[in-house]
Design a protein around this ligand. Structure first.
Ligand SMILES: C[S@@+](CC[C@H](N)C(=O)[O-])C[C@H]1O[C@@H](n2cnc3c(N)ncnc32)[C@H](O)[C@@H]1O
Length: 188
């Protein structure tokens, strides 16, 4: 495997920042791997979740792709900077933008995670390690967690005490294409 789960080197570097124009006409600056981000989205589709909570909106590029992938699913995205004013008109009613600091204000994220529907918590914020440590505990059995920048901003030592026993979900698919998103499913 390219990025073994126990790899601690934080050696996976890369600038994932790029712009793209969505078919709706909206333009986004996005921090995900151009081209291969679709692999992560295809995995998200397989989860059959009813709720997605994204930490780290930036301009909403990844949020838009998740909305495309799961058009009937409720999506909540959080960022302490309000950088989506120019694109919000391109989103449907299932997407809610929250402008708040999720490190200092935990109630809204935790409240969503405690809901009974099957859900995905996607951590792509300023400090993924803290997000996993703070919020994974609120998820229910069968829920999923995803992190971006695996092998760099977040590694095994950061997650092992929180989600180390959870099932890894479709790691081979993302490893094969060099995409740095990783997913786990809470099993007990
Ligand atoms: C890597 S970017 C998100 C990229 C986005 N998911 C994408 O794919 O385009 C990280 C975002 O986290 C936000 N952020 C950093 N610290 C935060 C905090 N404590 N609370 C809320 N948002 C925060 C930043 O403003 C930034 O927009």
């Amino acid at each position: 495997m390219m990025y073994d789960i126990h790899n601690e080197a934080r050696s996976i570097k890369g600038s994932f920042t790029h712009t793209f124009t969505h078919s709706s006409g909206a333009e986004f600056l996005m921090k995900h791997e151009a081209g291969v981000v679709q692999v992560a989205l295809d995995i998200i589709k397989k989860m059959e979740v009813d709720l997605v909570v994204e930490l780290g909106t930036l301009q909403g590029g990844f949020t838009k792709l998740v909305e495309d992938a799961l058009p009937n699913v409720e999506i909540h995205t959080f960022d302490h900077e309000n950088m989506t004013q120019g694109v919000r008109e391109f989103f449907g009613p299932k997407v809610t933008f929250h402008v708040e600091n999720i490190i200092f204000n935990t109630a809204n994220v935790a409240g969503l995670l405690e809901r009974p529907e099957r859900k995905l918590l996607y951590c792509d914020n300023g400090c993924k390690r803290r997000e996993v440590a703070m919020y994974s505990q609120f998820l229910n059995i069968g829920d999923y967690i995803g992190v971006h920048d695996w092998g760099n901003e977040i590694v095994w030592n950061d997650v092992k005490d929180h989600i180390g026993t959870w099932d890894r979900f479709m790691w081979c698919e993302v490893e094969e294409v060099g995409q740095t998103t990783r997913f786990w499913r809470k099993n007990a």
